[in-house]
Design a protein around this ligand. Structure first.
Ligand code: C5P
Length: 415
């Protein structure tokens, strides 16, 4: 199940022209199953009406500290009940107010009263952002354990270009999922390495041998692991997709580069998912100039690429999951690879019905011969179920490295 499903998210909305983007964020979080309580400053209501948010979140919207609340203690209630508090956009004034502990708006009292993680997403004029006053406030807030996103660079509403743009909604949602994962996910403190896509093996400077892998499956696995709070290294071959936000992306092109990247990152990993469709052969001699069509027939000699999983056969640390995409004798080939490559689990799938397709059906084969078939569905759902299977199967080798919500916080001085 999605990390945001059923979560209480307080979404504080400051006054900014960027507010039109926040409407879409509120909608996407609601669609993903979150209970989104929107709290607007007076200035925010000048850009977007509370009714817009109310219609999309199906919940009351808070605008004044006392007016919409049923009792006097309620100005702190939202913060106490929240799983996460998010402020989008956080203006220079809001950042300064939070840094100084001011409490004269509902957003500020909610932030003061909450023990949940807080994420602030600034948007402002470039000079306001670069002003030492703002930068020192941001540094102070980060030291106290609040999560402050860097604004994007680009065209600002004032017409000038610089840092200060509200980040894209996808980035805000990805960072939010990662933050929720770290506070309540089951892989917090763990490192997960995922390979995705295919590899390109150069023939000459402009041509390559490749395959139809799209990267969808591996990217979905990386997103699912991020949502559970893991630090995710996504080693990706060339793919046209936007990688998930809040994961570390290592881009590679060839099987050799993927081999080297996996070896570098697998050392202290808890889980390795080798989803990539790595080329088995590469041109034995890559030519350094563009081949001309001077011959009627051209023969390109091929040699084996390194088998990455095979090269890790003696590594004991991480749980190793491989993929077997076959056109025939699927389970027999998969079982053979599981054994030969010394894996904990192999995901068997029909190569034609899965590579480059949006949906997939898979069978999981694990070391003691158990088979589990997951019926055809979207790769994002398969990714979540695959991760669930791994979490259930090896609770002793995975799981959080601390108790949920026990992230040390410097925000509170205990008695
Ligand atoms: O042997 P085969 O290529 O069919 O095995 C598939 C599994 O091995 C996949 O998990 C794939 O990522 C991995 N693999 C690898 N190095 C290669 C080829 C495949 O690690 N050179």
């Amino acid at each position: 199940m999605s990390i945001v499903a059923g979560k209480r998210i307080v979404l504080g909305v400051g006054g900014s022209i960027a507010n039109y983007k926040v409407i879409e964020l509120a909608r996407q979080l609601t669609v993903a199953g979150a209970l989104v309580d929107v709290v607007m400053t007076e200035e925010a209501t000048r850009f977007v009406t509370p009714l817009t948010f109310q219609s999309l979140t199906y919940r009351p919207v808070y605008t004044e500290m006392w007016s919409t609340l049923e009792n006097a203690a309620a100005h702190v209630k939202l913060g106490e009940e929240a799983d996460v508090v998010l402020v989008v956009p956080a203006t220079a004034h809001t950042l300064a107010s939070i840094a100084h502990g001011l409490a004269d708006t509902m957003i500020l009292t909610t932030i003061l009263a909450t023990r949940a993680p807080v994420m602030l997403v600034p948007a402002m004029n470039v000079n306001m952002w670069q002003n030492v006053a703002t930068q020192e406030n941001v540094a102070l807030l980060r030291r106290r354990g609040l999560h402050v996103l860097e604004p994007d660079e680009g065209m600002l509403a004032s017409g000038i270009t610089g840092r200060g743009r509200l980040p894209e909604i996808e980035r805000i949602e990805g960072e939010l999922r990662a933050l929720l994962g770290r506070s309540s996910g089951r892989l917090a403190g763990r490192k997960v390495v995922v390979t995705a896509g295919g590899t390109h093996e150069p023939i000459d400077p402009v041509r390559f041998i490749g395959n139809r892998a799209s990267g969808h499956m591996g990217y979905a696995i990386a997103a699912a692991a991020r949502d559970e709070g893991a630090r995710v290294i996504l080693i990706s071959g060339p793919a046209a997709l936007q990688p998930p936000m809040a994961v570390e992306v290592v881009r590679v092109e060839t099987a050799q580069q993927m081999h080297d990247a996996v070896h570098e990152h697998v050392v202290d990993a808890d889980l390795l998912v080798m989803n990539a469709a790595v080329a088995d052969y590469r041109p034995a001699q890559a030519v350094d100039h563009k081949l001309k069509k001077t011959q009627e027939q051209l023969t390109i000699g091929l040699e084996r690429t390194p088998d990455i999983l095979q090269s890790l056969v003696d590594i004991k640390g991480p749980i190793k999951v491989g993929f077997a995409a076959e056109t025939n004798d699927l389970l027999a080939y998969a079982a053979d690879k599981l054994k030969r490559k010394n894996l904990d689990l192999i995901v068997a799938n029909d190569a034609v019905g899965s590579i480059g397709q949006p949906d997939i059906e898979i069978t999981l084969l694990d070391v003691d011969g158990r088979h589990t078939t997951l019926p055809r569905q979207a790769k994002a759902l398969i990714a979540e179920q695959l991760l669930e299977h791994v979490l259930q199967r090896w609770p002793d080798r995975l799981g959080r490295t601390d108790a949920p919500n026990s992230t040390p916080s410097t925000r509170f001085q205990e008695d």
